[in-house]
Design a protein around this ligand. Structure first.
Ligand SMILES: Cc1cc2nc3c(=O)[nH]c(=O)nc-3n(C[C@H](O)[C@H](O)[C@H](O)COP(=O)(O)OP(=O)(O)OC[C@H]3O[C@@H](n4cnc5c(N)ncnc54)[C@H](O)[C@@H]3O)c2cc1C
Length: 327
């Protein structure tokens, strides 16, 4: 069996984040000899052999330092297979590392398995419509595991940290700090149990012949605050701003779910004022339990795309739900 390197960047205190622990479960499932390789300000032991490139300059995400550290760790470990979490930090640089090492990298991998000493992986193609299982002969083979596909590793994290000399890197980029939205302004929450989708219906004329965009914004934000659900949107709704129409100010194209948007992985989803057309619903591929609220009993969701469709006015339903959430 080939040697595996589990490759992760560390969080505060040298610990591992959830995507890294999920990738560790994937790596451990191969049952092969394995070492850990860590990059960060500091590192805690993970496996009996834990290699680490540490230092202040490796704390922040930056292509030059991350790529150099990852390359040094793969070389020091002598591993043929590298398993890493598909974080934005690794996704940015590991293809370049594979190139430097003369290997190959595969991103968005949803499963790895070893049969008869041969490792194969699964990933989706063509906007998540076709799943393929394949293997490669190039080595090293860097495999980035998509978040949410494995349970976080629950085994003991123990061993000794072996320092690998930090490579000398000339950096043009200096990290001066981080600017992030306040926690309650951040509406995309990949770890949330529920995806709440808002469709264009929220901004359309209602039964009284008028638009109620302010009310819609209040209902949606109140629900998100109470449930900490993640906010998704249809394309029509996020496109409205370009058409000069009244819009929900907290939505951007990053919220868009669907063929030309994202394909999130929440256990449950609730679509409101959204028609449920195929280019939107294709982004729900991994949502296991689907419900929708629509005044139109003939909407797309009612045609076998949702488990439950509530034929009702979403303004009334969400006002009642928010009231019940306060109890
Ligand atoms: C190449 C291509 C790629 C695309 N990619 C995407 C994509 O990635 N994501 C995506 O979302 N779309 C995508 N689309 C667009 C998609 O086909 C639909 O146009 C879009 O999803 C419709 O958005 P919607 O359901 O919010 O709006 P609408 O079709 O306008 O539907 C609004 C719904 O709200 C309901 N409604 C109104 N008021 C209420 C109320 N008070 N209570 C309950 N329900 C109410 C109405 O009955 C209606 O069903 C793509 C299209 C193409 C051609």
């Amino acid at each position: 069996m080939e040697n595996i390197l589990f490759l992760a960047h560390t969080e505060e205190g040298g610990t591992l984040g959830k995507p890294a622990l999920e990738a560790l479960t994937a790596a451990a499932s191969l049952g092969a000899p394995m070492a850990a390789g860590l990059v960060g300000a500091t590192a805690q032991p993970v496996l009996e052999r834990t290699l680490a490139v540490c230092g202040a300059e490796f704390a922040e995400s930056r292509y030059a330092t991350d790529a150099a550290a990852a390359e040094a760790l793969v070389r020091a470990s002598g591993a043929q297979i590298v398993i890493a979490p598909h974080t934005s930090r690794w996704a940015r640089c590991l293809a370049g590392v594979a190139n430097r090492l003369g290997g190959r990298a595969d991103t968005h991998v949803t499963a790895v398995k070893a049969e008869g000493g041969r490792i194969s992986i699964s990933r989706w193609f063509y906007r998540q419509r076709m799943e393929a299982e394949f293997t490669r002969t190039h080595r090293p083979w860097i495999i980035l595991i998509e978040a949410g596909c494995y349970e976080p590793y629950r085994g003991e994290l123990a061993g000794a940290v072996e320092r690998v000399d930090p490579p000398s890197v000339s950096c043009r980029t200096r990290v001066e700090g981080l600017q992030t939205p306040k926690a309650d302004e951040q509406t995309i929450r990949p770890d949330a149990k529920l995806l709440f989708v808002a469709g264009a219906g929220w901004t359309k004329k209602q039964r009284d012949g008028r638009e109620h965009v302010q009310e819609a914004a209040q209902l949606i934000l109140e629900f998100l605050r109470a449930t900490q659900a993640s906010l998704g949107s249809s394309k029509s709704l996020v496109d409205l701003s370009g058409e000069g129409q009244q819009v929900l100010p907290f939505l951007t194209h990053l919220n868009q779910v669907g063929q030309t948007g994202s394909t999130p992985r929440h256990p449950k989803g609730l679509a409101t004022c959204c028609h449920g057309e195929e280019p939107h619903v294709v982004g729900w591929r991994f949502i296991r339990e689907r419900r929708a609220v629509n005044i139109d009993p003939n909407c797309g969701w009612a045609r076998g795309k949702a488990d439950v469709v509530y034929v009702a006015d979403a303004f009334e339903v969400m006002a009642k739900v928010n009231e019940l959430l306060k109890v």
